[in-house]
Ligand binder design. Structure first.
Ligand SMILES: Nc1nc2c(ncn2[C@@H]2O[C@H](COP(=O)(O)OP(=O)(O)OP(=O)(O)O)[C@@H](O)[C@H]2O)c(=O)[nH]1
Ligand SMILES: [Mg+2]
Length: 193
């Protein structure tokens, strides 16, 4: 499917962001929702982005170059309680600098754990992304952990809590690989533009 997936770099400081040479697809969300897993599922590879059951695992902004055509960007998760406030600020400023810099953003993929109710941090992320006027979609991940009939109910509840109506939503499981193909097509349509 993809011929060449290369890890480009880990960025800890906004001044180290790579030049915006290619279109970018960025994966955002709370710690542990499955950002890194979703990148691997999208690429159909096992270990491109590192996955961990420890929340707050991805600490840098990690750039992957795919077929020299686009960048996939794995962002550190927010809302991890055990992080000292100083470090939290550093992460927020790193992610914020990235999102407000001039780059060829094609799609921001905002990922949520379908079992969790959104809180203030989640709604402020949505507001921030809307204020940046960047194209985004919602992914509700880990649907394998719910009964089928609970999934659509949770979807409605989460969208309501996030105050979102006309938005593209994908229901996924990285574990069972459900919903990945639909998300992949959607991502492609934003790269080819
Ligand atoms: N059951 C289930 N587990 C999942 C799914 N997606 C990810 N996980 C698990 O959730 C945990 C966190 O996954 P990651 O991909 O590391 O999450 P992340 O959002 O990158 O986390 P941080 O880097 O800490 O922000 C791991 O134990 C994954 O195996 C899913 O669809 N279903
Ligand atoms: Mg991660």
């Amino acid at each position: 499917m993809f011929k060449r997936v290369e890890f480009l770099k880990s960025v800890y400081n906004p001044k180290d962001l790579p030049p915006p040479k290619l279109p970018e697809i960025a994966f955002l969300g709370r710690s542990n929702v499955g950002k890194s897993s979703l990148i691997n599922a999208f690429l159909n590879r096992k270990k491109v982005a590192r996955v961990s059951s420890t929340p707050g695992f991805t600490k840098a902004i990690n750039f992957f170059s795919v077929d020299n055509k686009f960048y996939l960007v794995d962002l550190p998760g927010y809302g991890f309680a055990k992080v000292p406030p100083k470090l939290k600020k550093l992460w927020a400023s790193l992610v914020e600098s990235y999102l407000t810099s001039i780059r060829d953003f094609r799609l921001l993929i905002l990922i949520f754990d379908i079992r969790r109710n959104p809180d203030n941090l989640d709604t402020s992320l949505i507001e921030f992304v809307q204020s940046c006027k960047k194209p985004f979609c919602i992914v509700l991940n880990k649907i394998d952990l719910l009964k089928k009939k609970e999934v659509s109910k949770r979807k409605e509840e989460i969208l309501k809590a996030l105050n979102l109506k006309d938005v593209s939503v994908f229901l996924t499981s990285c574990k069972e690989k459900t919903g990945i193909e639909q998300l992949r097509c959607f991502i492609f349509s934003h790269i080819e533009k």
